[in-house]
Design a protein around this ligand. Sequence first.
Ligand code: GMT
Length: 373
Amino acid sequence: MKIAIVCYPTFGGSGVVATELGIALAKRGHEIHFVTYKQPVRLDYLTHNIHYHEVIVPEYPLFHYQPYELALSSKLVTVVKKFEIDVLHVHYAIPHAYAGYMAQKMLAEENIHLPMMTTLHGTDITLVGSHNFYKPAVNFSINKSDVVTSVSASLKADTLAIFDIEKEVHVIPNFIDMNNLQKDFENCKRHLMANEDEKIIVHVSNLRPVKRIDHVIEIFNKIQKEIKVKLLIIGDGPERENASKLAHELGIRDQIIFLGKSNEIERILCFSNLFLLPSEKESFGLAALEAMAHGLPVVASNAGGLPEVITDGESGYLCDIGDVDAMAERGIRILKDEEKLAKMKLNAEKQAWKFDIKEVVPMYENLYRKMSK
Ligand code: GMT
């Protein structure tokens, strides 16, 4: 099939899922057209069956806000006509589903039918989309999508509770390509990050308030009182400065390394021991799944879809949102006991296999086929 994918081309989970899905579909013989404002970060140039179309929004002084939706829907119309696209798949409702609907309408004027799937990722529902500024438009464009999917059952429940949805919402979890993980231990540079006798804890996110980086630091502070340990924080965002300040105040700044945005997460996960994700909201927690795939148990909050990804007491521990003491205690429990750590490492990997790409991509393919009939 010829599939157009619209997503955010950044390090965020929705963009990563969209890109990995496009790559997987291309490998399975589909022709994939990414339509977005920048080359997606995980997309290599020169990939067979993959095309990238840049949405350009020229700066015009009259506009206080440049009209991205307008440029995106126009680009979609051009791409769909030129490449005879069968299906449009938009990731993240805002503003992609809205722009997709406009493209559909414009194409219908020329008797071209373009079915649209909208995949909800989390913040488009629970944080941004539920705001009254956007809600009517988000509600409208979800209902106008031919197929709606959500990355967890929890997000589906939130969507149905927050919006007035007439469409069936299909749950298709996020996924990982377990057979193509980079486990390049030759290149494992553990010694650059920690001493032999230190354990390594990792947190990966966009460091937005919802991720509770302050709790990451507080949990780490309690763990480091009991165990020799380092904390690696990967990603960048608005809470970075506050986190660094808090670490200074607690006198643990030199035990924490802020690595910024990275395309080498796998090379870091390969030598790490524990992953922390104490988010206030998390529709799925792709970063946790990636960590588990590399054998890291996860200590997380029981927010949103995290209980669908992590099994409490097996592949990690789930604690109440904000319960820093409990999360620290679970972290210590895992890291202090080598036998437990080894067992949980295996469980984490085993659990990640349930989300292997081979299980999940066919779910999307089935829906594409049904839509394009
Ligand atoms: O976590 C973020 O703030 C980024 C956001 C995104 O849209 O890129 O992530 C959301 O989508 C990911 C992929 O489906 C999920 O794994 C994340 O849990 C979800 N984030 C939230 O719900 C806060």
